[in-house]
Design a protein around this ligand. Sequence first.
Ligand code: SAM
Ligand code: SF4
Ligand code: SF4
Length: 346
Amino acid sequence: MSPLSTTRPASAGGHSLTDQLGRPLRDLRLSVTDRCNLRCTYCMPGEVFGPDFAFLPRAELLSFEELERLSRVFVGLGVNKLRLTGGEPLLRKGLPELIARLTAIDGVQDIAMTTNGLLLPRLAADLKAAGLKRVTVSLDSLDPEVFGRMNGLGVHPDKVLDGIEAALTAGLGVKINTVVQRGVNDATLGVLWDALKDRAVLRFIEFMDVGNHNGWNLDAVVPPREVLAQLGGGFRPIQAHYRGEVAARHVDEQGHEAGLITSVTAPFCGDCTRARLSAVGVLYTCLFAGGGLDLRAPLREGASDAQLSKLLARTWRARRDRYSEERGELTAQQAGPKVEMSHIGG
Ligand code: SAM
Ligand code: SF4
Ligand code: SF4
């Protein structure tokens, strides 16, 4: 173990597993499918993910049993928060069953999901009954033309609003994720904020250079000061709920909360405790990783929980990722190809 890896105390749960920068393993994001019913230009642009795109065959995906088993192993190493993602997680058949399995794992304190919300009217009640407490719904604009362009398929924002309404009616907590792109949706943020600030916490995410196809450039990134000005100003920062919280929290004069996720302008790698598992069981230790550790092969070849745990621990201990802090120093070529967002789900 590196000398650095002992710089932080063991967690309340008694796990002392830390990576090379002293970061514990706390959060696991499980991608349950690489498919999606939208084609957001910043994530799965239609030109690349078109009708002929070869998505993963069903048999390649981890089964619910496998997802549950791996989650237990992760929890044994310190994970206490799970987030389901995709692609679009609600496209995975029988998802409430997976929620119920994961909720039953001893040591899981929180299960959330990130979704585009389109299937929530059909599924919210079942998800809630299965034990889900909250959802994060992605919605970039209430302007039909802007949103239709950003989601790549001309889908109307009312479809997402219906999903948000269904989640609230079912008793789920709701946060909203908005990716901000200069010259695309930044001028529409004020309307979104005014319409939804009473219903949910809104979080504004800087456009990131994830994947290899979204045409990212720094000029399209809108820094926090400008985002808050678009919302009408008058904000003050408030304390994070916990160390390592991704969103920098702000409230307006009436107490409505906006979170700013400044992955590009103020990276937060130093507190990154997140592991990501792709739908085929590859563990990525960074959103921008070029490769990861295949856990499906040992799992299907009969590895024991102890063996899987050892593999995982070894990988986490070796982790040095801090891509967002290094971004400025890397040329595109040095950075190399990265995993697609649709494989690990943000
Ligand atoms: N399909 C679900 C959804 O859209 O909520 C879950 C998967 S999606 C990849 C997870 C989150 O990543 C979404 O909130 C999405 O807006 C965000 N995201 C995708 N591409 C991004 C990018 N290039 N920059 C910043 N956020 C991005
Ligand atoms: Fe699909 Fe979510 Fe990516 Fe949009 S951000 S294309 S909804 S996976
Ligand atoms: Fe974590 Fe990698 Fe993002 Fe840094 S760049 S916050 S290490 S996922």
